[in-house]
Design a protein around this ligand. Sequence first.
Ligand code: PNS
Length: 162
Amino acid sequence: MRRAVCPGSFDPIHNGHLEVIARASGLFDEVIVAVSTNYAKRYRFTLEERLGMARQTLASLKGIVVEPMGEGLLAEYCHDRGASAIVKGLRSSSDFDYELPMATMNRHLTGVETVFLPGEGHYVHLSSTIIKEVASLGGDISDFVPKAVLRAMSQEQSDAAG
Ligand code: PNS
């Protein structure tokens, strides 16, 4: 069984993530979407909410499992689950510059390889951060996020409006 891990904060998951996860599932028998927790980070959504949105969105796809990654090393997490690869999408050369040392470190730590997939053109401008900013300023994000995320973000906006 060829297993890969797609790690991330997924705060929230968006269409750029989904496109990479779907392509990864064509390359591996099983893809674990590993939702991270980093106590140094301030997330918009709780871990349970981030897991819930990813699970609802990916429920119909075969061979994809969504689970919490915990706060430890990604390389150890992959090793513990028998995953031979980490899959990451690359939107730009700056993504590559950021990812390369981590990929090399992860391989040194446990031998896990990193597979980079070039991002699809119409999603390369997406990040969870930019989507949250556009939404918070009243912009339309419906082209960029799955329905479960759109619902959660609209709910948040209306709660904030009181
Ligand atoms: O979506 P994000 O926030 O960019 O995801 C970052 C993630 C989870 C991939 C990254 O923070 C990570 O790899 N965390 C695990 C901690 C770890 O292994 N650190 C050493 C990297 S060499």
